[in-house]
Design a protein around this ligand. Structure first.
Ligand code: SAM
Length: 293
């Protein structure tokens, strides 16, 4: 970071964003504002106002900011440093050991929420396979108050974060289960034929396609990223296994990589799913495929 150690917020922001730019961070100004905001306990907008109004930092605050900033400059994910990841209308607790929820998943989960909202059942049932931090399950439950949601996660570290998020943000309608989605836990087997929606953001990176961003490559858990040579191994198992878990006409929503849409549609069609369709995210990339049981 800069040598002058200014206590002026606007100079601190400038120093951080210069360092982040040098480190190749894509949006250096935003990250600088969010790091300062996390130490001050203020929103990004408020940090911007304080900077304009000549706001200052306590020496201890500046020290803490510098320490976080130097980790960020080494490409530790911003969300691991702030401990928070925004998702839909809440903030999830995240850190080492759990996949950081992404903005594109916020778009993917909308298909599940729309389906649950349109469902006439008094209590539509939903399942989130590979829940990670609990992002998709909690979004479905909180935005469709009539719903009940089950969430399955294999990894103990990830599940510990999900437990924390479900305890803080849930209201008893999300049931988190330890398990491997390739052999559905007993509680899930009891839901056969009754689910309205299955939503999943499974690992889908091909094993040889090492992500370029150090935040992803070095900090997202391997189990969250890779799924066989073409990235589709787990999606194949989900397609084969879970159609009978939905009620007739129920919807599956699968997040996948930009180039995997047609392969995912083919997998689903071969397994007897109907109306497979691929959808774009806000940047016009194919990121989700839906199909009906
Ligand atoms: C890409 S992350 C998605 C996490 C979360 N759903 C989200 O959208 O932020 C995939 C998650 O699947 C979990 N996972 C991978 N293989 C699994 C399996 N066979 N059974 C259950 N969970 C699995 C990983 O541990 C990871 O948490």
């Amino acid at each position: 970071m800069s040598s002058e150690h200014s206590l002026l917020i606007h100079e601190t922001l400038l120093s951080l964003s210069n360092a982040f730019e040098t480190a190749g961070i894509p949006d250096p100004q935003t990250d600088a504002e969010l790091i300062v905001g996390s130490v001050l306990g203020e929103s990004r907008g408020r940090v911007q106002s304080l900077a304009i109004m000549g706001g200052t930092l306590e020496p201890a605050q500046r020290e803490r900011i510098e320490s976080l900033a130097s980790e960020r400059a080494q490409r530790v994910p911003l969300q691991h440093l702030t401990g928070k990841a925004p998702f839909r209308h809440f903030e999830l607790d995240v850190g080492p050991g759990v996949f950081v929820p992404r903005p594109e998943t916020e778009t993917v989960v909308q298909f599940a929420i729309d389906e649950l909202q349109a469902d006439m059942a008094p209590e539509p049932l939903a399942l989130d396979l590979c829940t990670g931090s609990g992002a998709i399950a909690l979004a479905m439950a909180s935005e469709v108050q009539r719903s009940r949601v089950w969430a399955v996660e294999k990894d103990d570290h990830a599940r510990a974060w999900a437990e924390r998020n479900v305890a803080r943000l849930g209201d008893g309608r999300v049931t988190l289960l330890a398990g491997d989605v390739t052999s559905p836990p007993a509680e899930i087997q009891q839901l056969k034929g009754r689910l309205s929606v299955i939503a999943t953001n499974p690992p889908y990176v091909p094993s040889g396609a090492i992500p370029r961003d150090p935040e992803v490559r070095d900090h997202d858990p391997q189990l969250a990223l890779y799924s066989g040579e073409d990235g589709l191994s787990l999606i194949r198992v989900i397609s084969r296994t879970y159609r009978e878990y939905l009620r007739p006409g129920g919807l599956i929503v699968i997040e996948h990589a930009e180039m995997q849409g047609s392969a995912v549609r083919d997998i689903l069609a071969a397994d007897g799913w109907n109306s497979a369709a691929t959808h774009r995210d806000l940047t016009f990339r194919d990121r989700a495929t839906t199909a009906r049981a």
